[in-house]
Write a new protein. Structure first.
Length: 159
């Protein structure tokens, strides 16, 4: 299995509460995240979101699709959403938010491994393309969320 540890930072001109609320409403993401084809709620979970399960279907810039479930494991309003992924990728994802002078920093951490045999076979050569595609999808999300919130994307960093 090919493992990936990817971190992306978004700097949005928007209040932390609005950013957090938008990230907490995963079924609405396809309206503003062009690379996301569908989100289906599979389990409702608790009021704060813990225990919710969503199935995501993503379209990569390279033409392949990824489908995986995320089970929300921890929520700290308005600072943190953590989840566990299973499906075409398995592992953990995390949204960490902080705000300073009206700018919300969103740190997305994605530590997963691929489960599709062709991706694992191709990884030694295709890893840079897979990472590039992930970065493009994250850029789409940052730009879409900024538009959705009526603010500006002030910065985007891939660590």
């Amino acid at each position: 299995m090919a493992a990936y540890a990817l971190t992306t930072l978004w700097y949005l001109e928007a209040p932390i509460a609005r950013v957090f609320d938008a990230l907490g409403e995963a079924p609405q993401w396809p309206a503003w995240w062009p690379s996301l084809l569908a989100v289906e709620e599979r389990a409702a979970g608790a009021v704060d979101g813990t225990g919710r399960v969503y199935r995501y279907t993503w379209q990569s810039r390279l033409g392949y699709r990824l489908r995986f479930d995320i089970r929300v494991t921890r929520v700290v309003t308005p600072r943190l959403i953590e989840g566990e992924a299973s499906g075409d990728v398995c592992g953990a994802g995390c949204w960490r938010l902080s705000e300073q002078r009206g700018v919300t920093r969103v740190r997305h951490e994605w530590q997963v491994h691929t489960t599709r045999p062709w991706m694992n076979l191709a990884a030694p050569l295709a890893r840079p393309l897979f990472v590039w595609s992930h970065h493009a999808v994250m850029r789409d999300g940052a730009q879409g969320l900024a538009r959705r919130l009526g603010g500006r994307l002030l910065g985007l960093v891939h660590e």
